[in-house]
Design a protein around this ligand. Structure first.
Ligand code: BDP
Length: 506
């Protein structure tokens, strides 16, 4: 790879790769041993389906000769996975024909420099017919899925590349994608690069069937496809920091993040004691240290729904917020409140007021007609008291997919839709003044403890836990794309390179 000391790139069919030292004469599973090393090539690959009529353009134009992004647009595809299931693109769901996967790989220096090291590329399974190129050179073909095949690529990767820099042999390399932008808050606006930004997004959870909470690349890519489908431009990491891979994708796709620490359940007087406070400060240090280089992060949230009317809350939040600002003077800091504006002792210290309210759900349930009045008064009171921009950081209704009633009743898809509509009427007025965002609760259904309020988990998702849309998702989709078109700025003709191959660039 020109300019890369120890790199190689490859193009192939729908493949799962793993790379190992040679297993002479056999097809043993690649296991590490004192004499064998392996390098996993799972992860995000660049991908393109050949939609040309004959499905042959890739061969005619020799897409394998150059990095795939140079012959046309690519999207990110998790490997291993089925491209049909991950995408929101109906054409791809039913696609039959050649698809191209590419991955740039940096190999350990020693594999390249030591001529006695055999380097073998092993594909665990690729459906159905696979052709593999490394650095533009055809290395193998294989017919049929399910079974592994491999190619000795030692010669290719050891072809005279020396790991030298101008100043001598290299000792360490680290690459860090960089994005530069400013964030500022005025009395009534949230500014990114000096321009008003309106959050139209979601609250998420790291949660799915079977895996529960845990990083899952394929699920993550699916979720980003759904965010794009929805026209969402932001989310809050309710109620804890998410995997770093999530933050990396947000940077890459331009999804704006309110990064929340796990400060949930601060509800008893003893939660405000010194031990808790000290720990909270340490957690903020760890969070800022981990995520400060992510341009997607535009605000820190130090807590969710604390009982901020309790007496020690004032000193507590003053201290945590001041500490966070000292750690990172470049970003605003907030916590998410559900207290009353007259009694909230933490609100004086936040830069943006983030409010959770569940009108017609936990209060006056069933009374959709009260939402407008209640929400209007919520916004006016808070703004009157603080003159700070406001985000509706949660609102939602428990909704069981497939439950229908008209007129709407609680738990039905119609009720969720009507409730959102009532909120939107007020949000549309107030966003002209000082409301700077709306984040629906929740992106998808998620598992919780049992309780009479939770019909097998929390069902306030606009998508089911299996990531299928409820009716409200379509309502929100219309709204968010309208908002996106209304509030976005024209991009210059020069596109940032890191977004160049993203299907998510707005
Ligand atoms: C809010 C919480 C959130 C809950 C939600 C709900 O911030 O974590 O899941 O209520 O009850 O108060 O659905």
């Amino acid at each position: 790879m020109p300019g890369r000391p120890a790199g190689s790139w490859a193009l192939l069919g729908p493949l799962l790769w793993s790379c190992a030292l040679a297993l002479r004469g056999g097809m043993l599973y690649p296991r590490e041993s004192p004499s064998r090393e392996r390098k996993e090539l799972d992860g995000l690959w660049s991908f393109r389906a050949d939609f040309s009529a004959g499905r042959h353009e890739g061969f005619e134009q020799q897409w394998y000769r150059r990095p795939l992004r140079e012959s046309g647009p690519t999207v990110d595809m998790p490997v291993p996975s089925s491209f049909n299931d991950v995408s929101q693109d109906g054409q791809l769901r039913n696609f039959i024909g050649w698809v191209w996967y590419e991955r740039e790989v940096t190999l350990p220096q020693r594999w390249i420099q030591d001529p006695d090291t055999r380097v073998v590329l092993r594909i665990g399974s690729a459906h159905y017919y696979a052709i593999v190129w490394v650095n533009g050179v055809h290395v193998t073909e294989h017919e049929g899925g399910h079974l592994p095949f491999e190619a000795d690529i030692s010669k290719l990767v050891q072809s005279g590349l020396t790991a030298q820099t101008a100043s001598g042999p290299m000792s360490d390399f680290y690459t860090l994608p960089v994005g530069i932008r400013t964030v500022a808050v005025t009395e009534s606006r949230f500014l990114i690069n000096g321009k008003p930004f309106y959050f139209h997004g979601v609250n998420k959870h790291e949660d799915s069937d079977i895996r529960g909470r845990g990083f899952d690349l394929t699920l993550l890519v699916k979720d980003f496809h759904l965010l794009r489908w929805l026209g969402a431009n932001s989310f809050r990491t309710s109620h804890y920091p998410y995997a770093e891979e999530v933050m990396q994708l947000c940077d890459r796709y331009g999804i704006v993040v309110i990064d929340e620490c796990p400060g949930v359940g601060i509800v008893l007087p003893q939660n405000y004691g010194n031990v808790s406070l000290q720990h909270h400060l340490e957690v903020m240090e760890e969070l800022v240290r981990r995520d400060k280089n992510h341009p997607a992060v535009v605000m820190w949230s130090v807590a969710n729904e604390p009982k901020s009317f309790l007496k020690p809350a004032g000193y507590y939040f003053k201290t945590v917020i001041a500490h966070t600002k000292a750690l990172d003077p470049s970003r605003p800091v907030t916590f998410v409140t559900n207290s009353n504006y007259t009694t909230d002792l933490g609100a004086p210290y936040v830069d943006v007021i983030c409010i959770n309210s569940y009108y017609s759900w936990y209060h006056d349930y069933g009374h959709l007609e009260l939402i407008r009045l209640q929400l209007e008064s919520q916004f006016e009171s808070w703004y009157g008291a603080y003159q700070k921009p406001i985000i509706q950081s949660e609102y939602g209704a428990e909704t069981i997919a497939g439950f229908h009633q008209d007129p709407p009743l609680m738990f039905t898809e119609e009720y969720q839709k009507s409730m959102l509509e009532q909120y939107h009427l007020v949000l549309d007025q107030k966003r002209k003044e000082y409301v700077v965002g709306e984040l629906v609760w929740n992106f998808a259904d998620f598992m919780t403890n049992q309780s009479p309020q939770r019909p097998v988990g929390n069902k306030k998702g606009i998508f089911t836990r299996q990531r299928q849309p409820k009716s409200a998702a379509f309502l929100l989709r219309d709204r968010y794309w309208r908002l996106a078109n209304e509030t976005r700025y024209h991009r210059s003709s020069v596109r940032p390179r890191c977004l160049g191959n993203s299907p998510f660039t707005f």
